[in-house]
Design a protein around this ligand. Sequence first.
Ligand SMILES: NC(=O)c1ccc[n+]([C@@H]2O[C@H](COP(=O)([O-])OP(=O)(O)OC[C@H]3O[C@@H](n4cnc5c(N)ncnc54)[C@H](OP(=O)(O)O)[C@@H]3O)[C@@H](O)[C@H]2O)c1
Length: 280
Amino acid sequence: MTESRITQLYPSGVLDPSRALDPSRTLDPLHSAEAPDARSEPAALTDDDLLALYAAKKRWQPRVLANFISSVDGSASAAGLSGALGGPADKRVFDLQRWVCDTVLVGAGTVRAEGYGAMRVSAVAAAWRLTQGFAEHPTFAIVSGRLDLDPASDVFAAAPVRPIVLTTAAADPVKRAHLEAVAEVISCGENTVEPHQLVAALTERGLVQVHCEGGPSLLGSLVAADLLDELCLTVSPLLEGGAGPRIVTSPGETIELQAMRLDHVLLAGSMLLTKYSRAR
Ligand SMILES: NC(=O)c1ccc[n+]([C@@H]2O[C@H](COP(=O)([O-])OP(=O)(O)OC[C@H]3O[C@@H](n4cnc5c(N)ncnc54)[C@H](OP(=O)(O)O)[C@@H]3O)[C@@H](O)[C@H]2O)c1
């Protein structure tokens, strides 16, 4: 999975109209004046193309977008981490999605497992964000009931923007006090972080473009509350074998099936990068 070149399969497969097929040309390759490859090769997407595909259509309308990767057989991790499932193309999209959000929302399980550091974008991204009405860096928002987070870690100590910790009223007061020295700590429910309160707390602070990077428990809470607006799902061309979790873990309740609409399908080698929107 070394392919970073990304093309678009759906909707059109052709972003630049000048590269569209001329309908007057014959489609029969035996009688075509041009080689078939020259007629059908889709353009590689630029970073600007990708930013346009992932930016919100309405900048100030609250949106919760989640980005996940899964093996072909449905696993969200390999040996406890998602990294082995990815590749350069998926990493490229993952990074660019941070360019077009106000906040990166992550569950504490993923922060601990994946070893997150400070939420800081590149200098190029920071400059670009300012021209688009975003703060230089997204605000890191972490969901945790137990508050088992190290206030001295880079997540907090090296943060360019004071992070937010979304927790419960029942959280340990000593751990909470330690985190309050380095982050804004907000209660969003009594014994569990209630997803509607979580999203409201972010939007009240102007953090309307919410980009959720996981993990499965947090996504399960958002889906159960019908708060997920868009899902970017990368299908990695690997078989994991069944030991890992799905991209979404149920918080317990059975939910009504929620319809999704396909927005786009991109291709990088054998990896598919899809985007769906909730059809409400
Ligand atoms: N494939 C992918 O795209 C992808 C993406 C992200 C993560 N992952 C993988 O997923 C695994 C981690 O899974 P996970 O389910 O533990 O991840 P998670 O959802 O990030 O973390 C779960 C933890 O987040 C907190 N949390 C989430 N929802 C909460 C709620 N409603 N109320 C209170 N606390 C809440 C709790 O933290 P406390 O324990 O602190 O109370 C909970 O233990 C790792 O292997 C990681 O590599 C995969």
